[in-house]
Design a protein around this ligand. Structure first.
Ligand code: GLN
Length: 557
């Protein structure tokens, strides 16, 4: 039987529950336990697939093609696991299922109520993930903040589960914020006290309170929280805001959280191995080089929209002991041909995206990368704009386009597969999740992966149009990865270029801190080489200026 750890949040949203949940998972995994994670999202959407990035940040796609909350990305990265559909539950799904049962008559004429029907459905989902995964510990993060109306059925389900599963098989962790008041120069505990009171009023008593703060928490303050919130002093854990999220497992472990959780859950402490993680953090903290990469997108003021891309760049950077600075470039700014916002970057990424806004700017970025031989990595839409740009150059026309942006284009180099025509429903109608891909020997992509067959995660509707394969290959843009039947182009690359690779899939979802993704790793390798080249050119130039000035001085002119 698995043990269940419930993580709730209080005081403010975005307090870092997702990272804390992922970090607890890593700590338990380092103790030799098998761990899985589930996110319970209180919103009414069935999944976040149709939500705007402004509302929700990135949509993370699991291997089985579920469109999920970005916290699942944190879980996968920290735990190095591949999660499934059952790890992502929303109120919308719960109601969909309950109402489906009601229509089928499964409730035998009963009156359907939040308690017990909705709470039973929630408990069923929680237990299912435990059963399916066979994990020793299931971590359940409840989205939103304690006190939200829509979160109440989840808290009630947790209360019931704690009673049914028993105290030693369940644990409640509450994450809060200690705000700092500049005027009095103190961290305040009152919001935490209120939040815990609210949680207790729902019948959920916390065992651990994790206090996030921007200043160190003194032991007297911890004692006060312990007293007022009725939590053992060992259960009050302070979490100072860290420069990198990857430091969080080490901080929590230092605070004694791992030992305390195992004790409460009556798990005998076996091994403890965070060495690889410690090394990761040490490398992150002490880079020897730095490069700048532009990410050209539509939602650049909102970095969460490209969270997995950002993390994948960090992972690849760590591999080379290099800090990757991201320059977020608004694609619409490039549309008038002013590319100055790309000045000085050593690599360009065009990430995924939907809709016409800013696409021409992304095509400009691809043009700059191709003609100036700047390393380029295209992710899904990034591959599509790379193909459009190459086709425009090859056909000497500005007409080639994707039918997503120009349905009537005479050169639909990116288009829908014929069987997709006529799909009108928006939710979950894309090519989603893992598909196999065979790499072409002798290509950069094959060299990067070092294997023939790969599986990568997709989330798109449009595809490379095979009618243009030959003409583009003649222009130097070759297919370097295909579906096993050879029908779908999954990876493309530009020949005679240091690194210009695009994938129809999203490699960023499979990058892990200790296992950077091969395409990101090779991309950053090329970026570092490009930067090094620039440096030596730069230093030659500087050397020449210095020698000119020196000889001028020597000749007395
Ligand atoms: N809009 C493009 C498509 O649907 C690309 C999607 C993406 O980048 N994820 O095919």
């Amino acid at each position: 039987m698995p043990k269940y750890i419930f993580v709730t949040g209080g005081v403010v949203s975005s307090v870092g529950k997702g990272i804390v949940t992922a970090a607890i998972g890593r700590i338990l995994k380092s103790r030799g336990l098998s761990v899985t994670v589930q996110k319970l999202d209180p919103y009414l959407n069935v999944d976040p697939g149709t939500m705007s990035p402004y509302q929700h940040g990135e949509v993370f796609v699991t291997a089985d093609g579920t469109e999920t909350d970005l916290d699942l990305g944190h879980y996968e990265r920290f735990l190095d696991v591949s999660l499934t559909r059952s790890s992502s539950v929303s109120t919308g799904q719960i109601y969909q299922s309950v109402l489906g049962k009601e229509r089928r008559g499964d409730y035998l004429g009963g009156t359907i109520q939040p308690i017990p029907h909705v709470t039973n459905e929630i408990k069923g989902c929680i237990r299912a993930v435990g059963r399916e995964s066979g994990a020793d510990v299931v971590l359940i993060e409840v989205g939103g903040t304690v006190g939200d109306i829509e979160g109440q059925p989840f808290l009630e389900a947790i209360r019931q589960m704690r009673k049914e599963e028993g105290r030693h098989d369940t644990l409640s962790v509450h994450v809060t914020l200690l705000p700092y008041l500049g005027a009095s120069g103190e961290l305040k505990t009152k919001p935490t006290q209120h939040s815990v009171r609210e949680l207790r009023s729902m019948g959920v008593l916390p065992d651990v309170i994790i206090c996030r703060s921007d200043r160190p928490v003194k032991s007297e303050l911890k004692a006060k929280i312990s007293l007022f919130c009725d939590v053992e002093s060992r259960g009050v854990i302070s979490l100072l805001t860290m420069p990198s999220i990857y430091e969080v497992p080490l901080v929590l472990e230092e605070e004694g959280l791992g030992d305390y959780i195992l004790e409460l859950l009556r798990v005998s402490d076996t091994e403890r191995d965070l060495d690889d993680w410690r090394e990761l953090v040490a490398r992150l903290q002490h880079p020897t080089d730095e490069v700048t990469v532009a990410v050209v997108g539509k939602y650049v003021e909102l970095h969460d929209a490209y969270l997995s891309v950002k993390e994948a760049l960090i992972h690849a950077g760590v591999h080379y002991n290099t800090a990757v600075q991201i320059r977020w470039v608004q694609s619409e700014l490039l549309e008038q041909g002013d590319l100055s916002s790309l000045d000085g970057v050593q690599g360009i990424i065009v990430p995924g995206g939907f809709g016409e806004r800013g696409v021409e700017g992304k095509i400009q970025a691809a043009r700059l990368a191709r003609t100036q031989k700047i390393p380029y990595l295209g992710l899904c839409l990034g591959l599509q704009v790379m193909v459009i740009e190459a086709a425009r150059a090859a056909l000497q026309s500005e007409e080639p386009n994707s039918t997503e942006f120009a349905p009537e284009t005479p050169h639909p180099v990116i288009s829908l597969l014929s069987e997709q025509e006529g799909v009108t429903q928006k939710g979950a109608t894309m090519r989603l999740g893992c598909y196999p891909c065979r790499l072409v020997p002798g290509t950069r992509a094959h060299e990067a992966y070092g294997v023939d067959d790969i599986e990568e995660r997709h989330r798109h509707r449009y595809e490379f149009n095979n009618a243009y394969r030959d003409v583009l290959a003649k222009a130097g843009l070759i297919a370097s990865g295909l579906s096993p039947d050879g029908q779908l182009v999954e990876v493309c690359e530009m020949q005679d270029h240091p690194f210009m690779v695009g994938s129809q899939f999203h490699p960023e979802f499979q990058s892990r801190p200790l296992r950077p993704h091969p395409l990101f790793r090779e991309f950053i390798g090329a970026v570092a080489a490009y930067a090094g080249q620039g440096e030596s050119e730069g230093s030659e130039e500087t050397a020449k200026i210095v020698s000119d000035v020196t000889s001028a001085a020597a000749s007395g002119s």
